[in-house]
Write a protein that binds this ligand. Structure first.
Ligand code: C2E
Ligand code: MG
Ligand code: MG
Length: 739
């Protein structure tokens, strides 16, 4: 029989076939009777591989009787069967002794071509071992020729087909489940009710391969609780939490459990979230989701909110937290916490002269130096522009804290190189030590107060906080408050002290000196000028003095009184951007001739920012006013500025004048100041002249001008005429007798 004739014959089979003889009592065919039988939309397609024509006919007949809708194709060899298998076939029934296949060869050849169809072996050999082998190799059934009637053969065919289709359905589901599981990015496993791993996905296997020995590397059959118990890959706390979570989910007490944990890889730290969901009737699904990226951005965000972006140092908020912890620790250990408030001296100047980007670079470099001078566990924070706070959590004594502060100061000693400029930077440092019940804010306030005090003592100073300092701070705050009120309520007045020309013996000028008519009594400048300077109130106060003095000068001039007016300017005023405008305004508003005005500035205010001072003093001179250096000899000893600046007068400080005539050293100092003034084209004004001896000595030394109680005390403008009269009497006395 040729293959084509077989095919033709197969298609030629009559359908519906004849009714079976002597079938079930109802007369129904097997497919009708069988509730289990599929209700196929298409007929069952059977391929019969049988080289015995008689056997084939008999079987076909039997099948046609019982399964009349079935389409049966018949072929005689495996070779003929294979092309037919490429077409629609549901079940193959094969003989075992075929011309081109012996034994189970036919079975394996068919299954190799169509693993999805059912194959039933039908053989003349009653061989139990062969039957078992056939079944184990994939046959759905093993039928012995002659031992079955039509019905049982049809039953076997239907069962085999159904079994096969059920199996492939299950297989399909299994494949679907596996692909779904594998499609999940997270390492995922399923566990049974006892926590034993029953399935894992590809990601799990990959992770296991890359992280041999970690918890996630466990394979099927491993108990997850045991893994947690050994804390593989987890820290103990995470392992305990995860085991408890899994148990709760398995017990139905939790609908879902989630726990984040870190994994320290060889190169980097990674974060995972283990998520456990119940698996109905089975157990649970555990996924280890890699949340490193999210965690990293979360940490970056947290870092950002707690750190200063410029220096990467902790900010005020984190500082408060660290200080809190340090205090709590110190309280338990009976130790102290030291806090230093570090303020860069004259940072504004650097910022203004070199630009903000250089300023930023410098702050970064300062932050790095400070950080290098502390140990792990200490905190360096940036709390404002040029302000840093350092916390040392365990300090035994004030001495130790002071040493630590000295180390901070030393760290800034080397010059900084910023954009090719070499900068010498100093900082004022205030230090406090404390322990509970002191609070973080107390320590910060006190360290700040100490820093403030350090600042007042010049650059690069360290001050330890004391109770006495606290009182000073309180006083300062009170005075500050009162000063503001005083200005509003017009509580200030000016007194004027005569300045005499020792050569012509006439009064040529007056110095304006401010007085505070405080509700509790008159206050002298020494008690409030330092506070006014420190708080900046000196600027409005100074402007008031300036306006007042100019107005008075103009009034005197109008009355025919030819007097110069000296006005004191503090460093803060000279450093103020509006100083020249203020002078101009005061002069214009009063109508006083600018030549009558003398601005008195101290050495320190000139030296604080030499370049700026030079420019300001030049502008003041350009207005027509003159400049005097006040309290000469008490400030820095740099004489360079005398040459560079246009200075009209040096006012010799009264401490040198005091010893004139009695102290040879003072004589020498005053003589050299006079010589120095001449050298730079300036005159000398001796301050604090109280005696005729001093007056005589100054005259002998060739000092041009003098001022002091001898000639007249500072008085209100209304009393000046009286003072000038008395002064003239003094000037009329001969000095020879005194010297
Ligand atoms: P100063 O500018 O050196 O003023 C001279 C100070 O010496 C005045 O003190 C004056 O009263 C005092 N004095 C004058 N002659 C004698 C004397 O013969 N013996 C003694 N023992 N003292 C004498 P005062 O008025 O208390 O002012 C103190 C300082 O306060 C001034 O020193 C000045 O630096 C500052 N000051 C006063 N008024 C102002 C002002 O309007 N603005 C600013 N920025 N500072 C001012
Ligand atoms: Mg003065
Ligand atoms: Mg003075």
């Amino acid at each position: 029989m040729s293959l084509s004739s077989v095919a033709q014959r197969a298609t030629a089979l009559p359908a519906p076939a004849r009714r079976a003889r002597g079938s079930v009592s109802s007369g129904a065919t097997l497919s009708e009777a069988f509730a289990l039988a599929p209700q196929p939309e298409r007929p069952l397609r059977i391929l019969l591989v049988e080289d015995s024509r008689a056997d084939a006919d008999l079987l076909v007949e039997m099948l046609e009787d019982e399964l009349p809708e079935a389409l049966v194709s018949v072929c005689a060899t495996v070779g003929e069967a294979l092309p037919l298998l490429a077409g629609p076939v549901d079940i193959a029934i094969t003989d075992l002794s075929l011309p081109d296949a012996e034994g189970l060869q036919a079975l394996s050849a068919i299954l190799a071509t169509r693993p999805d169809i059912a194959v039933v072996v039908m053989t003349g050999r009653q061989d139990r071992r062969l039957a078992l082998q056939a079944l184990s190799e994939g046959a759905e059934d093993y039928l012995v020729k002659g031992s079955h009637d039509a019905r049982s053969i049809a039953t076997a065919v239907l069962f085999a087909t159904q079994r096969r289709s059920a199996n492939s359905e299950a297989h399909r589901y299994e494949q679907l489940a596996t692909s779904l599981l594998d499609a999940m990015e997270a390492s995922t496993c399923a566990v049974d009710g006892a926590g034993t791993v029953i399935a894992v996905n590809q990601a799990w296997r990959e992770f296991a391969k890359n992280n041999g020995g970690s918890a996630i590397g466990t394979g099927i059959g491993t108990n997850y609780f045991a893994v947690c118990g050994e804390a593989h890959g987890f820290d103990i706390a995470t392992a305990t939490a995860v085991a408890a979570g899994l148990q709760h989910v398995l017990d139905g007490e939790l609908g879902r459990f989630e726990q984040d944990y870190t994994c320290h890889g060889p190169n980097e730290e990674r974060w995972f979230s283990v998520r456990i969901n119940p698996l109905p009737a089975t157990g649970a699904v555990l996924s280890h989701v890699d949340i490193s990226a999210a965690k990293r951005s979360e940490l970056a965000l947290a870092h950002l909110t707690l750190h200063d972006p410029l220096t990467n140092l902790p900010n005020r908020e984190l500082l408060a937290d660290r200080l809190d912890q340090a205090l709590a620790w110190a309280g338990r250990q009976h130790r102290s916490v030291a806090v230093a408030f570090v303020d860069v001296d004259q940072f504004k100047r650097i910022n203004d002269s070199l630009g903000h980007s250089a300023g930023d670079e410098l702050l970064g470099a300062i932050a790095a130096r400070l950080s290098c001078s502390v140990r792990d566990g200490d905190t360096v924070a940036r709390v404002a522009g040029d302000e840093f706070v350092v916390v040392w959590p365990r300090v035994a004594s004030v001495d130790e804290a002071e040493q630590l502060a000295q180390r901070l100061r030393a760290s800034l000693a080397e010059p900084f190189v910023i954009k090719t400029a070499k900068l010498t930077v100093t900082a004022s440092i205030g230090v406090v030590i404390g322990r509970p019940p002191q609070r973080p804010e107390d320590l910060l306030t006190n360290a700040d107060a100490a820093m403030y005090d350090a600042k007042g003592r010049g650059r690069g100073q360290i001050r330890m906080y004391t109770e006495e300092l606290n009182e000073r701070v309180a006083t300062r705050l009170r005075i500050e408050e009162e000063l503001r009120h005083g200005l509003e309520r017009d509580e200030f007045i000016l007194h004027y002290q005569p300045v005499v020309d020792l050569r012509s013996r006439t009064v040529t000028a007056v110095e304006a000196l401010v007085r505070w008519e405080h509700p509790l009594g008159r206050r002298m400048p020494d008690t409030f000028i330092p506070v006014a300077e420190a708080t900046g109130i000196i600027v409005p106060l100074g402007n008031w003095v300036l306006e007042q003095a100019c107005r008075q000068g103009a009034t005197w001039a109008a009355a025919g009184l030819d007097l110069h007016v000296a006005v004191n300017f503090s460093a803060r005023q000279i450093g103020h951007p509006d100083v020249v405008t203020s002078i101009e305004t005061a002069l214009e508003a009063s109508g006083m001739n600018p030549r009558r005005l003398m601005a008195e500035v101290t050495e320190s205010s000139v030296l604080e920012d030499a370049e700026l001072a030079r420019a300001v003093l030049a502008k003041i001179s350009a207005l027509g006013a003159s400049v005097a250096i006040d309290d000469f000899g008490t400030g820095y000893s740099s004489l360079l500025y005398l040459k560079r600046y246009k200075i009209a007068a040096l006012k010799i400080d009264r401490q040198f004048v005091a010893g004139l005539g009695t102290n040879a050293e003072d004589d020498a100092i005053v003589a050299s100041v006079i010589a120095l003034a001449r050298g730079v084209g300036a005159v000398c004004i001796a301050e604090g002249v109280e005696t005729m001896e001093q007056y005589a000595a100054l005259s002998d030394l060739g000092c041009e001008y003098a001022q002091g109680y001898l000639f007249g005390r500072p008085v209100a403008s209304g009393d000046l005429v009286e003072t000038l009269r008395a002064c003239r009497d003094v000037l009329a006395k001969p000095t020879e007798a005194a010297s």
